[in-house]
Design a protein around this ligand. Structure first.
Ligand SMILES: *Cc1c(COP(=O)(O)O)cnc(C)c1O
Length: 390
């Protein structure tokens, strides 16, 4: 990973950064395309591509074979279009009626799940003199977004009757796909199959049927239909601990780095950080690392035994993580100001992945990478366009 961006004015010279390996993203897209074929892979780049940088990831994913992109918000689609990304973009949930005109203008594929949502988009499309493509989302048991299965036929017919809208797809989302064999997978798939059957009986056969997130795309061939909506696997992380065996070909794309900003010796018996909640059993070297909870490193990391990599070794985080800095017990390692520290990633062959950080914190890799906040510079390396955030 070279010297990092420490000397680069584009990164403000900050001694902390997230490296995003776009070659890893491209590799993961290729692996997922091969695994899901003949289903098309749509790359989920919501939440700034899970913190990886939506524009760079979107371009890389499309170049590597993704057929389209998925976002959560109209404003996320707008950011992609503003950067010149022309690919298909599906907005994954129904959005406020006030955003219908913008969705139409951006030429996204909108998700609909209510009569009001359909009417708002139909009116916006008619006003713009355009035909707007929509996918109907059905809630088959997660109880988050979508229409009731019993309403699907009426809503699909409403789309078809609107004139200004085109029903391109119908989909659902599985709540337990990251637990292979979970009985509710079959329950949701069964309800969805019933909806598809009822739509067909009413003469409604949307071309693009989809149910699969990363977990289902990897483990449930029957759930793939015409497309899969792949997020976390694109970034090289497992959808959950049980899916690690399916993810061995994937490469983590993000790593979190810093440089040591201060080194000093602390005597036995002294404590460290707010509340002095960790006391040193013996004299030791304390390394200060300029990353804190405002950067996305959990405040309670030290309570769960978090470690970082320094000089290729695992060393414990000591004391609560503060807003801007955390402290590491470097023992008697010969560390110096400016030495590279890896919070998650690899260093000198030693691996400490985001999934491991997540497991310690009792969460999932998604939350660890999404938590890396906007004030941490992203350094993109590799990729088909040798993309740079500079
Ligand atoms: C976020 C999201 C996905 C992607 O899920 P992963 O587990 O990251 O693959 C797919 N579909 C919907 C509806 C989502 O909200």
């Amino acid at each position: 990973m070279g010297d990092g961006p420490a000397a680069s004015p584009a990164h403000g010279g900050r001694w902390a950064w997230a490296e995003v390996d776009l070659d890893a993203v491209a590799h993961n897209v290729a692996v997922l395309c091969a695994a899901a074929a003949p289903a098309a892979v749509w790359a989920v780049v919501k939440a700034d591509a899970y913190g990886h940088g939506a524009v760079a990831v979107a371009r890389t994913a499309v170049a590597a074979g993704a057929a389209g992109l998925c976002v959560a918000l109209v404003q996320e689609a707008a950011a992609l279009r503003a950067a010149g990304v022309a690919a298909n973009v599906l907005v994954l949930s129904e959005q406020p009626a006030a955003q219908a005109a913008e969705a139409v203008a951006l030429g996204v594929v909108s998700t609909v799940a209510s009569a009001d949502g359909i009417d708002a988009l139909a009116a916006a499309a008619a006003a713009a003199g355009q035909r707007h493509r929509v996918h109907l989302k059905v809630d088959t048991g997660m109880h988050r977004a979508g229409c009731a299965p019993a309403d699907a036929v009426d809503l699909a017919a409403r789309v078809a009757a609107s004139g200004a809208l085109q029903l391109d797809g119908v989909f659902t989302h599985l709540a337990t796909a990251d637990e292979p064999g979970h009985p509710d997978i079959d329950r949701q798939v069964g309800r969805f199959d019933t909806v598809l059957h009822e739509l067909a009986r009413a003469g409604l056969r949307p071309a693009t049927v989809h149910t699969a997130n990363s977990a289902a795309a990897l483990t449930l061939p029957a759930a793939r239909h015409q497309m899969v909506r792949v997020g976390i696997a694109l970034y090289g992380l497992a959808p959950g601990p049980l899916l690690a065996p399916w993810c061995t070909d994937l490469r983590p794309a993000m790593s979190l780095h810093a440089r040591i900003s201060r080194v000093h010796r602390a005597p036995a018996g002294d404590g460290v950080s707010y509340g002095l909640r960790h006391r040193f059993a013996r004299e030791t070297t304390v390394a200060t690392v300029p990353l804190g909870y405002a950067d996305g490193v959990a405040r309670r990391s030290f309570e769960v035994g978090a470690e970082v990599l320094v000089r290729g070794r695992r060393r414990p985080v000591v004391g609560v993580v503060t807003m801007d800095q955390l402290m590491v017990d470097a023992g008697d390692l010969p560390v110096a100001v400016g030495d590279p520290v890896v919070v998650f990633g690899t260093q000198a062959g030693e691996q400490l992945g985001a999934d491991e950080v997540a497991a310690r914190l009792g969460t999932i890799g998604y939350e660890v990478v999404c938590a890396v906040s906007a004030r941490v510079p992203r350094r993109h390396v590799g990729g088909p366009l040798v993309e740079s955030t500079a």
